[in-house]
Design a protein around this ligand. Structure first.
Ligand code: IMP
Ligand code: MG
Length: 181
């Protein structure tokens, strides 16, 4: 079985590049079907989604736009302290069909916050497309109509996802080897 070292950990291949490509094409076909007559705006969340977004978009046959956004933590004035803010959004979302493109939904807390911020801009509709979802770890209720893979609660890297900043360039997806933890 193919293994790689990323940082101080060992990873073993869990989803091959060809399987990823096949699922990304399937999900894009579903989006093409569901949004006939629409001109969606894809909002890709950096950094992790850059590879998925690039592959997904090349299978989209609808007239569409893409914008890259990032969630940044800043010290808020609220009692909760850390507040997330959306940066990089230059387009108006008012009345738009928005498809959020994420790499992975783990607890879902990031997506829940992002969704609220997007919804506050009064779009026509918002849908979530995520390459990966860890359903056993979801702590919030989220509708994720476009998902390529549901995976167990293991830490993964590759295809845009990182371990401590590294591993995003791997074409396949790898799972951490437990004894290397
Ligand atoms: P959530 O708010 O718990 O859903 O966290 C989502 C974010 O955690 C993702 O955008 C990733 O940056 C990170 N993340 C969660 N699981 C993994 C993983 O297995 N590998 C790499 N990053 C992960
Ligand atoms: Mg992400």
């Amino acid at each position: 079985m193919e293994r790689v070292k990323v940082g101080d950990k060992e990873f073993t291949i869990s989803i091959s590049a060809s399987h990823i490509q096949q699922r990304v094409a399937d999900v894009a076909a579903q989006i093409n079907q569901d949004f006939k007559g629409e001109r969606p705006l894809f909002l890709a969340v950096l950094n992790g989604s850059f590879v998925f977004a690039a592959d997904l978009l090349r299978h989209i046959t609808l007239p569409c736009e893409i914008s890259f956004v990032r969630l940044a933590s800043y010290q808020g004035t609220s009692s909760t302290g850390k507040v997330q803010k959306l940066i990089g959004l230059t387009e108006s979302l008012k009345g738009r069909t928005v498809i959020i493109v994420e790499d992975i939904i783990d607890s879902g807390l990031t997506m829940k916050e992002l969704l609220a911020m997007v919804q506050a801009e009064a779009p026509k509709q918002v849908r979530i497309a995520s390459l990966l979802v860890k359903p056993d770890n979801l702590k919030v209720d989220l509708d994720i109509p476009y998902c390529c893979f549901k995976i167990p609660n293991d830490f993964i890297v590759g295809y845009g996802l990182d371990y401590d900043g590294e591993g995003r360039n791997l074409p396949d997806i790898y799972t951490v080897v437990p004894d290397s933890l």
